[in-house]
Design a binder for this molecule. Structure first.
Ligand SMILES: Nc1ncnc2c1ncn2[C@@H]1O[C@H](COP(=O)(O)OP(=O)(O)OP(=O)(O)O)[C@@H](O)[C@H]1O
Length: 271
């Protein structure tokens, strides 16, 4: 399996006024190894979505490069599956048709793509829902379809931008556990964005904390709460352990500090 390398990457967007430039990312270096579950956290505007969009190939860096193994990322590809907050499912297709859609576009024969899609629908707990239309499913089930669809082209990497933000707390926890089960069974690289510190600590084996203006990685933590959950299957126990709570305080202090700094800057610029 290949690693993903973000090498000296900067992204500069044009600002709102002529000549203004937004340094969304500044000199980012990050290696994601096969089997990593990397989670990005950080105050609003620190460049998380920009970083994911680069890996997905939706945008190009202003400087630096992204490599997947020996290949430069120059656009979207089936080797990177993306799951969005709004799952972007196709409402006129049923569950099976949504999940096999990417393989169909690649010209994969029907029997092969159906088998692959059915395997992933079983993995996300939807083996009895192949024929349902999307509107017949709850939000959590729709997000499971989104995950099955992203997995179906057997990507080297799964990119997720706040995939649980619209879900209720209980569904969110169930899908967190599902993602760890999928992660444990595969060597797929995960890159996951969230605003929830608890979710980040629970899922990541590597947590990157980013700061805005310019967007950069300021802290990296190696964590094992996800492995602890996979061993004991008791998420509550993991999330209430003293070192989880201590880590949450550490990370919250960093993010709140950044948010206060940004708000202060905004107050000054509007004064
Ligand atoms: N297409 C664009 N054009 C101009 N500026 C942009 C564009 N996309 C993002 N930005 C700016 O770049 C910076 C980083 O944005 P980005 O969406 O990557 O941050 P984020 O950490 O994902 O934010 P959030 O947590 O609020 O989703 C922000 O200042 C944002 O306003």
């Amino acid at each position: 399996m290949e690693n993903l390398y973000v090498k000296d990457v900067s992204v500069i967007y044009p600002g709102k006024t002529a000549g203004e430039r937004v340094h969304a990312l500044n000199n980012i270096n990050l290696t994601i190894n096969s089997g990593d579950f990397v989670v990005a956290l950080g105050a609003s505007g620190c460049g998380k979505t920009t970083l994911l969009s680069l890996m997905a190939g939706f945008i190009a860096p202003s400087k630096g490069e992204i490599m997947l193994g020996d290949n430069k990322v120059e656009g979207p590809g089936a080797d990177r599956g993306v799951v969005f907050q709004k799952h972007a499912l196709l409402p006129w297709l049923n569950v099976m048709e949504n999940v096999e859609f990417g393989l169909k576009l690649q010209g994969v024969p029907k029997a092969v793509r159906r088998e692959q899609a059915a395997k992933n629908l079983a993995l996300v707990g939807l083996k009895d829902f192949h024929d349902n239309m999307i509107y017949q499913l709850s939000g959590g089930m729709q997000q499971r379809v989104g995950i099955a669809r992203a997995l179906t082209s057997n990507p080297a990497m799964l990119l997720m931008d706040e995939p649980m933000a619209a879900l209720d707390a209980l569904t969110r926890e169930t899908i967190q556990e599902l993602l760890l089960d999928i992660w444990a069974k595969s060597s797929t690289m995960f890159f996951f964005i969230t605003h929830s510190v608890d979710e980040a600590l629970f899922l990541a084996n590597r947590l990157i904390v980013m700061s805005p203006r310019p967007g950069r990685i300021t802290h990296t933590y190696e964590l094992d709460f996800n492995k602890r959950f996979l061993e004991c299957r008791d998420a509550r126990a993991v999330k209430s352990s003293p070192d989880f709570i201590k880590m949450r305080e550490t990370v919250l202090n960093i993010i709140y500090g950044d948010e206060r700094a940004v708000n202060k800057e905004l107050e000054v610029s509007h004064a």
